[in-house]
Design a protein around this ligand. Structure first.
Ligand code: X8Z
Ligand code: ZN
Length: 611
């Protein structure tokens, strides 16, 4: 589960945890306990909080892991219980921390206390009954998502990974529509519990001094919530012109593929035609988008299948990259305890995640790996989390987290930017690394379908939740407002009429599992900033798109130093150490995609873009 501050909660689903500290247990539910004994200095308090936290996380992670890899009513109950205990401990420790409000403290002590208060993405009211209710709803939502199936007829049921395959591979409009709509039959039962979930979460956030949970989530970025919101809006404006060019060209090609009656050339794109269940990454329609079909494509899928890579071998390939930077091999327990494949006989949460079970050696991933390049990139992403976790293991537990949530999500993605033809050929994943200008454009198209297509999606998920948590979006408008944002940002539309008896947000993992999402938007900006700095450290001097830091010890040393700092300093300091700037900035991603932009502008000439 979650690692404290934001992290754990970040990757792993629930928050839970354990607590069996009797002294602390006595504090729960008494409203006027100020906890910390008057003789405890702030430093002593932080030391105790750190040691209790480490203890809490052990049980929470164990219960969360078993639940996510074996969903049953029993594991759901155990996970909810652990979650409830963590919440009780958390309410107690936060109340104790209040004793130091307004006191002038050493910067590291002040930071630890401030971060401690942000140590859950799922704040519970300090009331036993409500805490229980919240934990049960959380387990139910994640369990329903993980076990969700679409049964067209009795006996003909498809799991999410199977439905995702249809979205990726079929080019039949109606078959796509069936899979798209089918998965969305899983979420309507989540609507009522989600409504109540929001009420309880907001109550928990209010007790911690926030207006609502959205404000609490926006407070985790070493700036005011309002500044963070403005910053993300600024970044979106910086990259929107790139997205608009991509959207225009994709819509045109989809019009050729499916007919302009199905894909009108002056409106949003039907959401089921983009190769992905949530239209969040479009790399599976590369075949439709390939700029130069006569130039040999970068066909990693073909090699993975021809050489029959096992899931473990795919993970080894990712590990080898990190090791080439000078980082350590993953521990034996990683290989023994991770879940690499979907077990045939039980329900699991297939959504990929990386776990830090004990704050030390026991790191794991949980995935249902398929033999594709897309999955290989996800493995590199997940190992980025595990390498971060290992690098900050010597920090105190409260600082065992990313500099901010976006940093944690950006590490593995940064590494995937180094999967150039040179690298892929060197490790035998493609045959030749000869790359013509046409081949560069082909490869950039593949990356744009992944990275640029994601940007508006990454931005809007929490814009919807910020509205839901603040009350600006009422339950009666949940689905309508969801599609308004999908159209506004992404220029896509539901391919079937939707109503308030649907609950399409719940068909996305991070809504059901309550994982905040702006971190991914931020990560998609930061990873290019990181890559630019690491390439410079590696002595690379060419177009950013051509750089791979594979085998660069210099880049590895810089990266490792950033990871080791964890959350011990404001992220601006950490960013400055690596890149020389204190700001998130989209100039690196704009730079990166320069070659493709020329091609897209040419293609879009004479078209009327926009929706
Ligand atoms: O959830 C993830 C990772 C686990 S942290 C697989 N990602 C987001 C998603 O799938 O929605 C990675 C990119 C965006
Ligand atoms: Zn991640």
């Amino acid at each position: 589960m979650k690692n404290l501050p934001a992290l754990v909660f970040l990757f792993l689903g629930l928050g839970f945890s354990a607590c069996s500290n009797d002294a602390l247990d006595k504090n729960h539910d008494s409203t006027n306990d100020t906890a910390a004994s008057s003789t405890e200095t702030a430093e002593e308090f932080v030391a105790r909080a750190n040691s209790e936290l480490a203890e809490q996380l052990l049980e929470g992670n164990a219960a969360g892991w078993v639940f996510s890899t074996y969903i049953t009513t029993d594991t759901s109950l155990l996970s909810a219980k652990a979650n409830e205990r963590y919440a009780a401990w958390f309410s107690g420790i936060v109340k104790q921390a209040a004793a130091y409000d307004g006191e002038e403290l050493q910067p590291a002590t002040r930071r630890a206390i401030d971060l401690l208060k942000l140590g859950t993405s799922q704040p519970a009211p300090d009331n036993a009954a409500k805490r229980r209710e919240l934990s049960q709803i959380a387990a139910r939502l994640e369990g329903d998502y993980g076990a969700g199936k679409y049964c067209k007829e009795a006996g003909d049921c498809k799991t999410l990974p199977e439905l995702e395959d249809v979205l990726a591979e079929s080019r039949d409009y109606d078959e796509l529509l069936d899979a798209w709509a089918g998965w969305r039959t899983v979420s309507p039962p989540m609507r009522k519990p989600y409504e109540r979930f929001v009420e309880l979460l907001n109550e928990g956030a209010a007790e911690l001094g926030y207006d609502d949970l959205g404000e609490m989530w926006r407070s985790g970025y070493d700036m005011s919530p309002a500044e963070f919101e403005a910053d993300t809006a600024r970044l979106w404006q910086q990259v929107k012109p790139l997205y608009d060019e991509l959207h225009c060209h994709v819509r045109a090609r989809l019009g050729e593929q499916y007919g302009t009656d199905k894909v009108p050339q002056d409106g949003p794109i039907p959401a089921h035609l983009l190769g992905n269940m949530w239209s969040q990454g479009w790399s599976f329609i590369y075949d439709i988008m390939e700029p130069y079909p006569s130039v040999a494509p970068l066909d990693v899928d073909k090699t993975l299948q021809a050489k029959n890579y096992t899931p473990k071998e795919m993970v080894r390939s990712a590990e080898n990259f990190y090791v080439s930077l000078g980082m350590p091999q993953l521990p034996e327990t990683f290989w023994e305890r991770s879940m690499f494949s979907k077990p045939p006989d039980r329900d699991v949460v297939c959504h990929a995640s990386a776990w830090n079970m004990d704050g030390a050696d026991d790191v794991r991933i949980k995935m249902c790996i398929k033999q594709t390049y897309d999955e290989l990139r996800t493995i590199y992403h997940e190992l980025g989390h595990n390498y971060y976790q290992r690098a900050y293991r010597d920090q105190p537990p409260i600082f065992r987290d990313g500099a901010n949530g976006g940093f944690h999500e950006a590490i593995g993605d940064t590494i995937t930017l180094s999967m150039t033809p040179g690298y892929l050929a060197q490790v035998g994943l493609i045959e030749s690394d000869a790359e013509s200008r046409e081949a560069v454009i082909n490869r950039q198209m593949m990356q744009a379908l992944d990275k640029l297509a994601f940007l508006p999606f990454g931005k809007l998920i929490d814009e919807w939740r910020w509205g839901v948590f603040s009350g600006a979006i009422a339950p009666a408008d949940y689905n309508k407002s969801w599609w308004e944002l999908r159209t506004k940002y992404q220029g896509i539309a539901a391919p079937l009429p939707r109503s308030e008896s649907d609950f399409d947000p719940g068909a996305k993992y991070h809504i059901a599992a309550n994982v905040s999402y702006t971190r991914y938007f931020v990560a998609h900006i930061l990873q290019f900033q990181f890559q630019r700095a690491l390439c410079k450290a590696a002595g690379f001097d060419g177009e950013l798109q051509a750089c791979s830091i594979f085998q660069s010890k210099e880049a590895g040393t810089r990266l490792q130093a950033m990871l080791e700092a964890g959350a011990s300093k404001p992220w601006q300091d950490t960013l400055e150490t690596l890149t020389g700037t204190r700001e998130m900035d989209a100039s690196a991603i704009i730079d990166y995609f320069q070659p493709l932009m020329g091609y897209l502008k040419e293609q879009n000439e004479g078209r009327s873009c926009g929706w």
